[in-house]
Design a protein around this ligand. Structure first.
Ligand code: KG4
Ligand code: ZN
Length: 328
């Protein structure tokens, strides 16, 4: 079995996965959303302190698995510097005390492997990664064989939902709240323009759309609940149309017949429906992670670590450092 630890942002999570069957035997996650909600976003130092309390509490429950462990895995990049180090330090201490190999996992690789929980991996695949920190399209050929096809030039997809929620005073994280508000709204009331619509660039940009929403909120002055519903619906429609517009260009040129969406924002059902329709149009098979494992979790880190274990892709404790800015 492999014990995996995730602390790259505001979720403290530990999982134990059986190597041979890929079964998740233990998975616990303590989210800090309520602690950060009053600040409208994640406060890194507060997140680090909360990880320092939560991780040992979860680890205590995983103790019965210790005699069966073959490796310790941990997210070491990318993420918040002060929170990554909480998990990395715990993983090093465990690996040295239990005399086990250590596996550093890239958080983005973990999101990709959330597609393959309790099953075999399938490549090649074109993957849209939409989270709070990233908006990327990746061509995945196999383990650690990932090519970046497109990424955001400024804000990420998930982050733009968080910022719209903050402007409307709706709380954090904004994604699920904005999606729920959008369901009750009229998506055609406000005509926000789709970013980079006339640009040949295969890239994403969300800061301009965020500003359009801010100007609309200012123009309305006092907002009724209906105004908020309509703003969320109109914003979500355009934010998603932007993704779809660029994805279409990518899929037109690709011969890969499998497509997936991963990351926290892949839980958005409106986005899922739109991408499902696009995949039908291109006769491409769509793969999605289970809803419960779209957001950050240690099970996806454990699943990726099984691939590392099979290849003996270990890192000595003195060499494992956290790399907050590392890319895919
Ligand atoms: O993958 P994740 O848990 O953390 C990062 O690695 O960043 O993604 C969190 C992000 C947040 O920005 C959150 O607002 C967004 O995913 N998110 C959503 C939805 N659920 C979570 N965005 C849009 N719609 C959702 N339903
Ligand atoms: Zn994530």
């Amino acid at each position: 079995m492999i014990l995996s630890i995730e602390s790259s942002c505001d979720d403290s999570s530990i999982a134990v996965t059986e190597i041979a069957t890929k079964k998740i035997l233990f998975h616990k996650k303590i989210s800090q959303e309520l602690d950060h909600a009053k600040y409208g976003g994640v406060v890194p130092e507060l997140a680090a302190r909360l990880h320092a309390e939560a991780l040992p509490r979860i680890l205590e429950q995983a103790k019965p698995f210790f005699p069966s462990l073959k490796a310790i895995a941990v997210t070491n990049a990318p993420g918040l510097a002060v929170t990554l180090v909480e998990g990395v330090t715990m993983a090093k201490a465990l690996a040295m005390t239990l005399d086990l190999p250590l596996i550093g996992v890239n958080h983005l690789h973990g999101h990709i492997y959330s597609l393959f929980l309790e099953k075999e991996a399938k490549f090649p695949m074109t993957i849209l990664l939409v989270s709070g920190g990233h908006t990327q399209v990746i061509e995945a050929e196999g383990y650690k064989s990932f090519r970046l096809l497109a990424q955001t030039m400024d804000d990420s997809f998930g982050e733009s939902f968080d910022k719209v929620a903050k402007m409307l005073g709706l709380g954090y994280p904004g994604g699920p709240i904005v999606e729920a508000y959008a369901k009750k709204g009229d998506e055609d009331r406000f005509n926000f323009t789709v970013p980079l619509l006339n640009s040949p660039k295969i890239a994403f940009s969300y800061s301009g759309l965020k500003n359009q929403v801010r100007l609309q909120i200012e123009a309305l002055g006092t907002l009724s609940e209906k105004d908020k519903y309509d703003i969320c619906a109109s914003f979500q429609k355009v934010a998603t149309a932007h993704l779809l517009h660029k994805l279409k260009k990518i899929l037109q040129k690709s011969s890969i017949r499998d497509f997936a969406i991963v990351g926290g924002a892949s839980a958005n059902l409106y986005l899922r429906q739109k991408v499902e329709a696009l995949c039908r149009e291109f006769d491409i098979q769509l793969h999605l992670a289970p809803l419960a494992y779209c957001a950050d979790n240690a099970a996806m880190i454990g699943r990726c670590a099984i691939e590392a274990w099979q290849r003996k892709d270990f890192t000595p404790p003195e060499k494992l450092v956290s790399s907050p800015k590392q890319s895919i």
